[in-house]
Design a protein around this ligand. Structure first.
Ligand SMILES: [Zn+2]
Length: 318
């Protein structure tokens, strides 16, 4: 835990921000919501797999491993597991293998914790949003949607007794799943916008600058949306904030990954790329109305992501 916080503090003070994902708070909120929706049997299955993560003991340090603290341990482990695919972007033991998976077989591998690639291109799917006569480009074939579907399929296989190899792989797949379901509910993780001014695409809003109403500096449109949920790294603070999210019923949550992506893409088109955001690189000064809408949208998306995550886990884990 200490190492985790230290890293977070160092990363924040050095200005190192993950470029393409909700910040840690958003991911922890998704996991917190999912935990609340999970039934006891599914919780037990998730617990068994998360215990196989190399950082598990660090995540739950200070929480006794007994019946009375079972839920507290699992909730904490799920919240920190959901941030792990971003944590490895700051970890020198993991190689930054770039943003383009095309033509590299290792980009699509699913080999578990022996894999020390960062796989940054797993965090998003750039469905083109082409405007003003610009030509869109199709997303890479290895992407967030394809990974979520792959990990769900891998998690469906019942482990045979004593097969620790499969269980360890499923642990890795589950941790990525906890993260990626959150990512694709950030609308800018599901698109790249192509305009005459940005004909190569804006990489999910990373090439567009905005100036928030109370900020002194410009920031990228992408990271502006990443940070709508807050930037706390403390799981207890985040759990309290997550308790104030709008409630979404697990029963009404769709479990089709392609539908989640399509809905996020529509939000990008209708809610993210709208006035005062223009068709070029900005910087665009934001309005109070835009900021309010962004906050409401981000909170709803995180609540929805948690409900959907719980539903697919219950339907998938054997
Ligand atoms: Zn991510």
């Amino acid at each position: 835990m200490r190492a985790y916080f230290l890293l977070a503090v160092l990363a924040a003070s050095a200005g190192l921000q993950p470029l393409r994902s909700w910040d840690g708070q958003g991911h922890m909120m998704v996991a917190w919501v999912a935990f609340q929706h999970l039934d006891a049997a599914t919780r037990a299955k998730v617990d068994r797999l998360l215990r196989l993560h190399p950082d598990y003991n660090t995540w739950v340090a200070g929480i006794p491993d007994d019946e009375a603290h079972r839920d507290q341990r699992l909730q904490r482990a799920m919240m920190l597991a959901a941030t792990w695919p971003d944590e490895i972007k700051q970890d020198p033991h993991y190689t930054n293998d770039g943003e383009n998976p095309n033509g590299r077989p290792a980009a699509a591998q699913n080999i578990g914790y022996a894999d020390h690639l960062q796989h940054r291109y797993w965090h998003y799917i750039d469905v083109p949003l082409a405007v003003g006569g610009a030509q869109g480009r199709q997303p890479a074939s290895v992407n967030a949607q394809e990974r979520i579907e792959l990990f769900l399929a891998a998690l469906r296989t019942p482990p045979s007794p004593g097969d620790n190899t499969l269980a360890a792989l499923q642990s890795y797949d589950l941790v990525w799943l906890l993260h990626l379901v959150g990512d694709i509910h950030q609308p800018l993780h599901c698109t790249s916008r192509f305009t005459p001014a940005l004909p190569a695409g804006d990489a999910g809003g990373n090439k567009v600058k905005v100036k928030p109403t109370r900020a002194t500096h410009d920031t990228e449109l992408h990271s502006y949306w990443d940070r709508r949920l807050g930037a706390s790294n403390d799981p207890d603070t985040v759990a309290k904030a997550a308790g104030r999210l709008p409630s979404v019923s697990r029963a009404s949550a769709s479990n089709r990954v392609s539908a989640w992506v399509r809905a996020s893409w529509s939000l990008a088109r209708n809610t993210v790329y709208c006035a005062p955001i223009g068709d070029a690189a900005g910087p665009y000064p934001l309005t109070a109305a835009y900021e309010q809408k962004a906050l409401t949208t981000a909170r709803k998306q995180v609540a929805l992501a948690g409900a959907r995550l719980a539903k697919v886990l219950a339907a998938t884990l054997p």
